[in-house]
Design a protein. Structure first.
Length: 651
C-alpha cells in the first residue's frame, strides 16, 4: 500500500447512507448485501470460471467454445472458437415462448406519434432489413455507418447488421458532415443508413444533406439507404441511394442469423480522445453480449413486467448497451423516445413516465441538473408512482443532485443506481445492486461480480483508502474493448502502457472505509493547488450544494504562486449574477470543503460546453480560463455557440 506519489486529495466527506427499501429488497433477485458479497467473492476467486458458467446458459451457441479466455496482454479473446449471434440472442431466443408477443420496443416520436413492436414483429423487420443489406452486397465483416434519428428503424438497422455479421458504426445524428466523413474513412464503411431528416425541438434537421456532403469525401461508401421520417425533399442519387421503405417492400422475412465467431466484431463506436482524432472503440460478439445482458439484469433488477426507459441516444454506448443489446437479450420491454426531453415543454420526461407507466428510468446527471433548474413543479404535476428504480450514467452525480432525484422523482421510495462505466468497458462496471447495496449520494458504490478494480498510484501500487489515485481494472472482463479500430498501437498505449498489465480507465477514484468507490473525474482534469491535487467533482459538488447554483465546472489555470489556481464556471438558478454572489460562492466552497479548495475565479455563464452525451468539456474551459484559443478536437461539442459566448463574457 502507498499513499505517496500522484495521489489526489479528497476534501469531500459524504456521510449519508440509504439502505435498499425493505419492500424493494424483498422482491429483488439479489436482495441482501450478503448475497451480493457471496456472488462477488465467488467471481473474484476465479473470474474465468465465473464467466464460463454464465456464458454457457445465458447465450445461444451455434457451436460451443473451446476456451473461455485467451489473454495475451493487452489482447483478450473470450469464448474462443464458439459461434453465436447477437441478433439471435436478442430476438430469436424469445420467439418460442410467451415473450413472442411481448412488446420489445414501445416508441414515441418527438411529435407524439407512437408505435409498439413485439419481439415477433421486431424479428420480422430485422430479418427483412438484413435481406436488404444482403441485396446491396453486404456480408460479414463489412462496415456500415448508421446516422439516424432515435426511431425503431435505428435498432432494426443495428440488429440487421449484427444478424449478418456486418459491423455497425453508429454516428450520433447531430454530428457534422465532417465527422461522418472522418468516421466513414477510418472504418472504410461500405454503406450509410440514414433518414431524410429528424425532429429536434420541433425543428427539422436535414440528415441526408449532411450525409451527401460527407459522401463527397467518403470514397469507400457504395450505397445509402434512406428512411423517410420527416418528409422533406432530399436528393437521391440513382444507383447509390435507396429508400428504406421501397427496399423493405421487396424483402423476404426469412433470414436465419449467421453463426459468427465469438470474437467477430459486433460494432465500432467512435469516442473522442482528449486530443487528436476520435478512437473507433471495437466491441466483439459473445463477450459483449453476455456482459450487457447480465449487467442489465443485475443493476436494473430486471423483471419481465417492467417498462425500462433509458433516455440515451444510440449514438453513444449507453444506447448500444442499455437500449438495444442488454435489455433485448434479456427479453425486456424498452421504451424509446425520439426527441428532446424538454419539448414541447419541460415536463416531457415526467409526462412520458406517467402515460406509459415507466418502471425504471436510466438517465444522465446533466439531464437531472437541467430538470432541477427547470423547477420541481414540472415533476410534481405528474403521477410517477409506477417508478420503482432510478439510474444515472455518464458523469459523476453531485450529491445534491442525487438527493433531488431521490426526493422529488423517487419520492424517497426508489433506489438510485449510479453506474460507472465507459464506452471502452462495454457495460456497467461499478454500481449498487439496488436490492442489496446501501447507497451513498455521489458514489457508484461497489464493483459488479467478475469486475476487479484497483486504485493505484503512478507506479501501479495500490493506494490507501481515502487517497485518490488512478482507477484500473486488474483482470480482463468479457465486455472489454478489443481494440481501437485499425490501431493496436494506440490501444496498447492509451489503456495498457502506463500501468503494465492493468487496464487504465483514465479516471481518478478513491475508496472509503466501507470499500465504496468514489469517482473523482478524469486524470487530466486534476487541479494542483500548492501541491495538493484536487478533483474537479468535489469542488463542483460543493458549488452545486448552494441553492443558487444549477451547474458548475472547475478547472485549473496556471498561477505563479500556487502552481494552479481554481477557476470555476457556474450556471445559476433563481439568482442574478453579481459580485456579492461571487463572494458568497467562494465562502460557501470554503465552508463546505476547506480553504484549499476555495475558487480563485468565478465565471457566471448561461451554459457550459458539453459533449453530445452531456459531459462537461473541462478541457475547453481550461482554455477559456487562461484566455487561450482551443486547439483540440471539438467535433463532439454540443453547442458551438457556448464557447464563443463564454469568451465574449470574459471580454
Ligand atoms: C465518466 C459512458 C462518474 C467517467 C457510459 C468515464 C462517470 C466516462 C460515471 C466514460 C459515473 C461515466 N460516475 N463518472 N457514474 N459514468 N462517467 O465513454 O469519466 O461516454 O470514464 O461512457 O464518463 O464516458 P463514456
Amino acid at each position: 500500500m502507498s499513499n505517496s506519489g500522484g495521489n489526489v486529495d479528497t476534501v469531500m466527506l459524504e456521510k449519508r447512507l440509504f439502505p435498499p427499501p425493505a419492500e424493494f429488497a424483498a422482491k429483488a433477485k439479489i436482495g441482501s448485501l450478503e448475497e451480493y458479497q457471496k456472488l462477488y467473492e465467488l467471481a473474484a476467486v476465479d473470474p474465468v470460471a465465473f464467466w464460463d458458467g454464465l456464458a454457457k446458459t445465458e447465450l445461444h451457441w451455434f457451436e460451443p467454445y473451446t476456451k473461455t479466455l485467451e489473454w495475451n496482454p493487452p489482447f483478450a479473446k473470450w469464448f474462443v472458437g464458439g459461434k453465436t449471434n447477437a441478433s439471435y440472442n436478442c430476438l430469436d431466443r424469445h420467439l418460442d415462448g410467451p415473450r413472442r408477443n411481448k412488446a420489445a420496443i414501445i416508441w414515441e416520436g418527438e411529435p407524439g406519434d407512437q408505435r409498439t413492436l413485439t419481439y415477433q414483429q421486431l424479428h420480422r423487420e430485422v430479418c427483412k432489413f438484413a435481406n436488404v443489406l444482403k441485396a446491396r452486397g453486404l456480408a460479414a465483416g463489412d462496415v456500415v455507418s448508421i446516422y439516424m434519428p432515435m426511431t425503431p428503424e435505428l435498432v432494426i438497422a443495428m440488429l440487421a447488421c449484427a444478424r449478418i455479421g456486418a459491423v455497425h458504426s453508429v454516428i450520433f445524428a447531430g454530428f457534422s458532415a465532417e465527422a461522418i466523413a472522418e468516421r466513414n474513412n477510418d472504418a472504410q464503411a461500405r454503406m450509410v443508413i440514414t433518414s431524410d431528416g429528424l425532429w429536434r425541438r420541433g425543428k427539422l434537421l436535414p440528415l441526408k444533406e449532411a450525409v451527401d456532403q460527407a459522401l463527397a469525401k467518403s470514397p469507400t461508401v457504395e450505397s445509402v439507404i434512406v428512411l423517410r421520417r420527416v418528409g422533406n425533399d432530399v436528393n437521391m442519387q440513382a444507383g447509390r441511394d435507396y429508400w428504406w421503405q421501397e427496399q423493405m417492400d421487396e424483402a423476404s422475412a426469412d433470414c436465419p442469423a449467421t453463426p459468427l465467431d465469438s470474437e467477430h466484431s459486433l460494432y465500432i463506436l467512435y469516442t473522442s480522445g482528449s486530443t487528436g482524432k476520435p478512437k473507433g472503440i471495437r466491441h466483439t460478439t459473445a463477450g459483449y453480449n453476455l456482459f450487457v445482458k447480465k449487467t442489465f439484469e443485475w443493476v436494473f433488477d430486471y423483471r419481465d413486467e417492467d417498462i425500462f426507459w433509458c433516455t440515451a441516444d444510440c449514438g453513444w454506448v449507453t444506447g448500444h448497451s442499455y437500449v438495444v443489446y442488454g435489455p433485448l437479450s434479456a427479453g425486456a420491454t424498452v421504451l424509446m423516445y425520439e426527441g428532446a426531453l424538454n419539448f414541447p415543454a419541460e415536463d416531457r420526461t415526467w409526462d412520458i413516465i406517467e402515460r406509459y407507466g415507466v418502471n425504471v428510468l436510466y438517465t444522465a446527471p446533466t439531464a437531472i441538473r437541467a430538470c432541477i433548474k427547470w423547477g420541481d413543479a414540472h415533476v410534481e404535476k405528474h403521477d410517477l408512482s409506477s417508478l420503482r428504480l432510478l439510474g444515472t450514467v455518464g458523469e459523476g452525480i453531485n450529491p445534491e443532485a442525487w438527493m433531488w432525484y431521490h426526493r422529488v422523482v423517487g419520492k424517497e421510495r426508489c433506489p438510485i443506481v449510479d453506474t460507472w462505466w465507459q464506452t471502452e468497458t462495454g457495460g456497467i462496471m461499478m454500481s449498487p445492486l439496488p436490492g442489496a447495496i446501501p447507497t451513498k449520494p455521489g458514489s457508484c458504490t461497489k464493483p459488479l461480480p467478475g469486475i476487479l478494480p484497483q486504485v493505484v498510484d503512478e507506479r501501479g501500487n495500490e493506494v490507501d483508502r481515502h487517497h485518490g489515485g488512478w482507477l484500473t481494472i486488474t483482470h480482463p472482463w468479457p465486455g472489454m474493448l478489443r481494440g481501437i479500430w485499425g490501431d493496436d498501437e494506440r490501444y496498447a498505449k492509451t489503456y495498457w502502457s502506463r500501468i503494465p498489465g492493468k487496464y487504465l480507465a483514465g479516471d481518478n477514484a478513491r475508496l472509503d472505509d466501507d470499500g465504496y468507490f468514489w469517482i473523482m473525474g478524469r486524470i487530466d482534469d486534476v487541479i494542483n493547488v500548492s501541491g495538493h491535487r484536487l478533483s474537479t467533482i468535489e469542488v463542483e459538488s460543493a458549488l452545486v450544494s448552494h441553492p443558487n447554483v444549477a451547474e458548475a465546472a472547475a478547472v485549473g489555470r496556471p498561477d505563479d504562486l500556487k502552481g494552479q489556481a481554481i477557476a470555476v464556471f457556474v450556471t445559476l438558478k433563481n439568482a442574478e449574477p453579481d459580485e456579492a454572489l461571487k463572494q458568497e460562492l467562494k465562502l460557501h466552497v470554503r465552508k463546505e470543503i476547506g480553504a484549499l479548495a476555495q475558487p480563485d475565479d468565478i465565471h457566471f455563464t448561461n451554459a457550459l460546453p458539453k459533449t453530445r452525451s452531456g459531459k462537461i468539456m473541462r478541457r475547453l474551459l481550461r482554455d477559456v480560463a487562461c484566455g487561450k484559443e482551443s486547439t483540440g478536437d471539438t467535433s463532439t461539442l454540443e453547442d458551438y455557440t457556448v464557447l464563443a459566448r463564454l469568451r465574449a463574457e470574459e471580454e
